[in-house]
Design a protein around this ligand. Sequence first.
Ligand SMILES: O=C[C@H](O)COP(=O)(O)O
Length: 261
Amino acid sequence: MNPNLDDLQISARIALACLDLTSLNNADTEADVAQLCQRAQGPFGPVAAVCVWPHLAAYARAQLPASVAVAAVANFPHGNTDVDSAVQDTLQIVQAGAQEVDVVLPYKALLAGDDKAVTQLLTAVRNACPGLLLKVILETGELKTPTMIHRASQLALQAGADFLKTSTGKTPVSATLEAAQVMLAAIAAGPVAEKTVGFKASGGIRTVQEAMVYVALVQQILGVQALNPKRFRIGASSLLNDIKAVLDPSGAPVVAPASNY
Ligand SMILES: O=C[C@H](O)COP(=O)(O)O
């Protein structure tokens, strides 16, 4: 059933306020980031953060008001176990004056049963960015099973994650409702300190209708009070066009044209 315009617009407003507007193409330049930062501050209000490569984080920071956070990625997208390299990424992000680090959990090590390597890398990154918001990307499409997604969630929470994030957007399967359910349940079941951890759905979310199912799930499992950027983010490179179309139906079609995909 298609949602009515009021529901769609409420979700569009939440999605905008909670959006990590992302550009993580290999060839990204300062000009691309300048454009991204401009789009981050549109007529309907700012996004929560922009998300870029570490070497472009300082440039992004200089383009934005303090009200829009800068996030940058570490150990991305491969999720290797090289602690030094992940810490280097993280220090570059810290030195850039960014507010948030999105680190890829070493998911191949986890699948191979090497929990220790996972904990070592995540703990080192956590220690390298005190005071910054740490989002741990589980890469749920590669972990595949609820058991592995639950285990990854636990290890990330134990290492001090502020957010659990589904995906890099660089693998065949990105965010799914099933994976989100497991992650949200892990957050909700945690000790008090972990109950304030946030959730970020990312990868492949291009329409408000797609975003809306995550809004509903977060509300259902974490409660309506979690529908704010401190607890909920959507990481997306191409959702903003549809958010704008929904919020200004007279200005553009509600669903972004296929050419934007
Ligand atoms: O972290 C966010 C993802 O990299 C964005 O993925 P997307 O390009 O499919 O929206």
